[in-house]
Design a protein around this ligand. Structure first.
Ligand code: NQM
Length: 374
């Protein structure tokens, strides 16, 4: 039988995503070898990920890698890896605000940080984009708890609240909030807004690609003509968004917008980017919310934004809604400045143990721990 290498890991739900969480010191330090190891762990490429831990869906083919931060005033470094289900690719271009929800509890349970009695605030450096956020978790008696009354759409039941404040997300992957320099661009005859406030997103009106915007996730996943039109736009605009050739990347996400139908601010269907999201990504919701308050964007004329500060944007999606609180500053050249985006997630530790990879992919040597011991 093939010899296998044991890698300590925890499987955790983070928001509406799920995947293995690793200490950086337990994985290879070389990014190429690390990616080969992650592909083997998740069972990619294979539509069923049958020989690995992945759940055969982009929302359950995610990995979080956590370490103590060496930056002043920062507690943790978090690297997010999107493992493609059906391709041998690992994309570290975007963040994932859902997997982020599990990072502080994971770090606490592994002794990387200390907890207060009651509530603990942890400052996290999101390595993918070099942005910071503060994560507030419940720690009665200095121990992380997953019990509580917080509820998020897209996840059954209730759990302890994980409150997240994003501090500086404009231009996370594209370098600026409006990477093309325009509020609206036209590609294939369709008006689009290209925007990055934590996640590169292309927003377009659902009706412009022949949809109502209220279809189910399954209906849109079966709508090949829609997916083709979205992919054509995505491939053409990627360079202009400073993302280079996006053929093998999971960004930009493509978001169809339409008027809210359930009392929210706006209705969405997000493609991430080839599969319709069951709800909406965390930073994608922050970015859509920002587009709602951006005059002239493809979202602003259909969004119902209430007066007052902070702005609470309720983003409707296929399984409910996602509320984002935006604290805006004085506009610069007509562009609103988002000083802080706050939102609620929940998380739960599901399994602890070891992931096994064939030793011919990685023999367990050359990790940071092995290097330190040598
Ligand atoms: O936008 C899915 C998710 C995400 C990413 C995706 C996310 C975010 O729901 O911050 O959380 O857009 O690929 O996990």
């Amino acid at each position: 039988m093939t010899r296998q290498t044991r890698i300590p890991c925890v499987i955790q739900r983070g928001g509406t995503s799920k995947g293995p969480y690793f200490l950086a010191s337990d994985l290879p330090s070389d990014p190429e070898l690390r990616d080969r190891v992650l592909l083997a762990i998740m069972g990619s490429p294979d539509v069923h990920q049958i020989d690995g831990l992945g759940g055969a869906d982009p929302l359950t083919s995610k990995v979080a890698i956590v370490s103590k931060s060496t930056r002043d005033g920062v507690d943790l470094d978090y690297l997010f890896c999107q493992v493609k289900v059906d391709q041998p690719l690992v994309d570290v271009t975007p963040n994932c605000g859902n997997m982020l929800a599990g990072v502080a509890p994971f770090a606490l349970e592994h002794g990387l940080i200390d907890a207060n009695d009651g509530r603990t605030t942890v400052r996290v450096h999101m390595v993918n984009s070099s942005n910071l956020c503060d994560v507030h978790i419940q720690t009665p008696g200095g121990i992380v708890t997953y019990d509580g009354n917080a509820r998020i759409d897209g996840t059954p039941g209730t759990s302890a609240p994980v409150l997240i404040d994003f501090l500086d997300t404009a231009g996370s992957a594209c370098g600026s909030l409006l990477p093309t320099g325009n509020v609206v661009d036209v590609v294939d005859g369709i008006e689009i807004t290209c925007i990055d406030n934590g996640m590169p997103v292309v927003l377009l009106k659902a009706q412009d690609v022949g949809t109502t915007g209220y279809e189910t996730r399954d209906e849109l996943n079966a709508a090949d003509y829609v997916k083709k039109r979205l992919e054509s736009i995505r491939l053409q605009i990627g360079e202009a968004m400073n993302l280079g050739d996006v053929t093998d990347k999971v960004v930009p996400k493509m978001c169809l917008v339409s008027p809210a139908a359930k009392g929210g601010t706006i209705n969405t269907r997000c493609f991430i980017p080839h599969v319709c999201h069951a709800s909406i990504g965390v930073l994608a919701a922050v970015t859509v919310g920002t587009a709602c308050v951006l005059p002239g964007s493809t979202a602003s004329d259909i969004a119902e934004v209430a007066e007052g500060e902070p702005k609470v944007i309720s983003v409707e999606h296929p399984s409910g809604e996602f509320s984002v609180e935006l604290e805006t500053g004085a506009p610069v050249k007509g562009t609103p400045q988002i000083k802080r985006a706050a939102l609620l997630r929940t998380t739960r530790r599901l399994m602890e143990g070891n992931a096994l990879v064939p030793a011919d992919i990685w023999d367990g040597k050359s990790g940071l721990l092995a290097e330190a011991a040598a």
